[in-house]
Design a protein around this ligand. Sequence first.
Ligand code: SF4
Ligand code: SF4
Length: 147
Amino acid sequence: MVSERVVLRFPRKLIEQPIIYMLSKKYDLVFNILFARVMPNQEGVLVAELSGEDDNYQQGIDYLKENEVDVQLLSRDVVRDEKRCTMCGACTAVCPTGALSIPDRKTMIVTFEVDKCVACGQCVEACPSNAMKVSLSGLEELGLENI
Ligand code: SF4
Ligand code: SF4
């Protein structure tokens, strides 16, 4: 099962085509539309969460590209606000990769190794201080940083 956030840009000639309908019908993909914008006589932009079985997902992405839809995956970056972090350690209990850990029990300092992070977002839920945040790069240019 795959679930990804994507930005889709539809050239003007495709705006009235049933592309999304076909994705759902042909590839059994589920679309959760987060944002849509169609400007008269210009391209259409859709930001959506796209979910489905692995093979269907890949075939659906290929179908979009074959139809000249520009597909951009939104990468997720996780950051820690050092000023908010109280070193309580709650996040280390949920982090599946060990990106958040307490390597030294004497100091009890919680370290965050970004290169081990898979952006699952579990620490964001677990942090009582709202120190952990997920940001989606690629949305800034659309002015949609907060969706
Ligand atoms: S997003 Fe997931 S992998 Fe990354 S630090 Fe948080 S819990 Fe660990
Ligand atoms: S749960 Fe939040 S406050 Fe606690 S150590 Fe982790 S990032 Fe810091």
